[in-house]
Write a protein that binds this ligand. Sequence first.
Ligand code: SAM
Length: 255
Amino acid sequence: MNNIKIRLFCGSLFVNTSERNTFMILSERLKTIADFVPQNSIVGDIGTDHGYLPVYLIENRISKKVIGTDISSNSLKKIKQFVDLKGLNNFIDIRLGDGLNVIKPFEIDTVVIAGMGGLLIRDILSYNKDVTDSITYFILQPNVAAKELREYLYDNNFTILDEKLVKESNKFYEVIYATRGKCLLKDSIYLEVGEKLISNKDHLLKDFINYKINVAEEIIRELENKDTSRSKERYLELNKKIMDLKAVLKEIESY
Ligand SMILES: C[S@@+](CC[C@H](N)C(=O)[O-])C[C@H]1O[C@@H](n2cnc3c(N)ncnc32)[C@H](O)[C@@H]1O
């Protein structure tokens, strides 16, 4: 498992003719997620798909054991082949199932739920309360609806310890690192833009906020031709959002 051979670049990972002996190199998004995983952890990677993260965590001796799950049996076949090829069956357990249904309470200390919508991540956390309550660290990467996911975390006794932005293929990703424990939401804008991204002065934050402002302004332009009460309400909401985002931009530009 420890031999490193010559590598050829292929998409988001490195492969060579002897893939079994080649260490996994992750994309920047997955590497950012992996960097949040605590040393010696026992991890559940829910919706693991290709299985790159479990293999990386074991090969780099970050985790003692990883349970990789997926709702898709096709994904599961791919992971099984990959884990077999790597000879990591003793360290990576592959399970077919929906969310945390296939994890027992206290079986893992850290969960990664990445590459799905924020509403699905929220549902996965809330459907199996006994399992969720037994987990210490949560590494969550919503592709959309990060605001709704943060709202769930603030309302349900989670503390956001840290956050990071990643930009890959011209798309922004928000990676949230949380634990259990009540945390006060000091300002509603922190649902839209994570408070830690601001206090950390995340190097992508300015770009990210400008991107959000542009999207909101585009929707506003479309709403200007509509005359329903819902469109008027939405227009006001978006104007408020733009004002709040511009205030954050002003704050970080003053640093
Ligand atoms: C876009 S992939 C993300 C893969 C990987 N986590 C990543 O971030 O690169 C989303 C995966 O989540 C799986 N998935 C969707 N809903 C799920 C659920 N309720 N429980 C487990 N897996 C789920 C899909 O089958 C798919 O393989």
